[in-house]
Design a protein around this ligand. Structure first.
Ligand code: SAM
Ligand code: SF4
Length: 331
């Protein structure tokens, strides 16, 4: 299915909860966000129904996210339910990794294709500060458990802040030196608390890493569902990826929509534009109606975000700006 600008939409990020066991400084306030009651969160059957309708429209890849998706009970069951939908080719997961070690086997046996683990510092003290209390060793245990699963794609995601020291960037990139994994650096986006933190551009990180590891070669093949650009440093087993949402806006090829845990289908990260699918489902809408509302929301997907103040130039005026935090959207 394509939107009004001819972009093919085949990827849906599904947030299964707004709760989290960490409080990353750029994502959640120390006290957390007011939690939605269970009643207001989509059930697994409702999520599966929306994914099935999406699959009928051409969605082939689903990412499970949160909050922290692994704090919701029975997540591997949901994964299995989605994986069985005809047309869904890939189900991936984004997690902070804290609970991953104990769940990875069940996730993989239910069909998990790739796991992204968010780790913003390789230093236990700085990790604890950034996450407000998280233990790096738990996240690393999750990472090692994931790496031990044959056939599972493994990525580490880091969102550097202006104050992130170069040794943290180098330390995280080094994880890809002797392991088959991708380490990706994501530019901080000015959403929710992220507005309070400056970003480090992907090009700045790349030059820092080239000073340390030598010239990087561009990797030709496309990996993942998004706009990451991958390079490989000499002697590295794994790759380094850059997701430069601000410095290299890639809205022209955006292929995604987002489903929040309360069932709102969002067509762009920065805007509220979308449709309340929970209300439709709970009002007894037929499949055809759900499908048409999804199509309409996708058709109206805005042209681009205006994080760098370029919105008018690419025709995104007039839409309401998103007020949710990143933990409520799912990244
Ligand atoms: N709890 C899981 C995790 O941390 O991976 C999943 C949800 S989290 C909201 C998904 C991703 O969004 C994480 O990699 C996180 O670092 C990233 N994120 C949160 N706020 C961000 C921001 N303002 N800009 C860019 N990425 C952000
Ligand atoms: Fe939780 Fe992920 Fe946000 Fe950190 S980035 S507070 S782990 S939702």
């Amino acid at each position: 299915m394509t939107d009004q600008f001819g972009r093919t939409i085949n990827y849906m990020r599904v947030s299964v909860t707004d709760r989290c066991n960490l409080r990353c400084v750029y994502c959640m306030p120390p006290e957390g966000v007011p939690c939605l009651s269970h009643r207001n969160i989509l059930t697994y059957d409702e999520i599966t129904r929306i994914c099935r309708t999406g699959a009928g429209l051409g969605i082939s890849r689903i990412k499970l996210t949160g909050g922290e998706p692994l704090v919701r009970r029975g997540l591997p069951d949901l994964l299995g339910m989605i994986r069985k939908i005809p047309g869904i080719e890939q189900v991936t997961l984004t997690t902070n990794g804290i609970l991953l070690k104990d769940k990875i086997n069940e996730l993989v046996s239910n069909g998990l294709n790739t796991v992204n683990i968010s780790i913003d510092s390789p230093d236990p003290d700085r990790y604890e500060k950034i996450t407000r209390g998280g233990r790096l060793e738990d996240a690393l245990a999750g990472l090692e458990a994931a790496l031990s699963c044959t056939g599972l794609g493994v990525r580490v995601n880091c969102v550097p802040m202006q104050e992130t020291p170069p040794e943290d960037i180098i330390g995280l990139a080094s994880l890809a030196e002797d392991r088959e994994l991708d380490v990706r650096f994501i530019e901080m986006m000015p959403i929710g608390l992220g507005k309070n933190f400056g970003m480090i551009s992907g090009s700045r990180i790349r030059s820092l890493l080239e000073d340390r590891f030598g010239s990087a070669g561009l990797c030709a093949e496309n990996r993942g569902n998004g706009p990451a650009v991958y390079v490989r440093f000499p002697g590295f087993k794994g790759r380094i990826g850059f997701i430069d949402a601000l410095s290299h806006q890639f809205c022209g090829t955006c292929n995604r929509v987002r489903l929040t845990s309360e069932g709102y289908l969002k067509s762009c990260l920065q805007y509220e534009t979308g449709v309340d699918l929970r209300q439709l489902l709970r009002n007894g809408a037929a499949d055809e109606e759900v499908k048409n509302e999804m199509l309409k929301a996708i058709h109206e997907k805005p042209a681009c975000h205006q994080f760098a103040g370029k919105g008018e130039a690419c025709g995104s005026g007039g839409q309401l700006l998103e007020t949710r935090d990143m933990s409520q959207i799912g990244g």
